[in-house]
Design a protein around this ligand. Structure first.
Ligand code: ASC
Length: 152
């Protein structure tokens, strides 16, 4: 019985991943809360690497690698929450261009996923110079997307 339940739970979560983004959230407000939360937690972990890159805190390779791995994982999450009908909800700063330039927005999201994966790979080497380079490239990706798609 336990095994059947486990299988059902797994099938359920896999179905959820395959569903259209909008169907993952009960209300549009939930999608906005989800994407803002994911971006906010990602920024917190990115900031911990930034503090080391900028010399504000001593470099610790293990801490850098743990945080970079989190950034790379979190970078995959926000995008499914920019579904139809979530453009004018709550206190969103998301610009209408996200929905009118969907292919370009997806490109920007994919770029963050790629650059954050490179940051995580660099952090695993423990080489601070490599981390600095990858951190800068990843931060530039954050900024480019904010400039294009986030209202001030
Ligand atoms: C962060 C963060 C951002 C970006 C941006 C990069 O850590 O919170 O919004 O990086 O500052 O320029």
């Amino acid at each position: 019985m336990k095994k059947i339940l486990a299988h059902l739970a797994l099938a359920g979560s896999m179905a959820a991943l395959a569903l259209p983004a909008a169907a993952q959230f009960a209300k549009p407000e939930d999608a906005v809360k989800y994407r803002q939360s994911a971006l906010s937690v990602m920024a917190a972990h990115n900031g911990r690497i930034g503090a080391m890159v900028n010399g504000r805190v001593p470099f610790d390779a293990k801490v850098a690698a743990e945080n970079a791995e989190l950034v790379a994982t979190l970078a995959k999450l926000p995008w499914a929450a920019f579904g139809p009908g979530t453009d004018k909800v709550g206190n969103t700063k998301a610009k209408p261009e996200i929905w009118t330039e969907q292919a370009k927005f997806k490109e920007a999201a994919d770029k963050l996923v790629a650059e954050s994966a490179k940051l995580s790979a660099a952090a695993k080497t423990g080489n601070l110079d490599a981390i600095k380079t990858a951190f800068a490239a990843n931060a530039a990706t954050c900024k480019a997307c904010h400039d294009a798609y986030r209202a001030q």
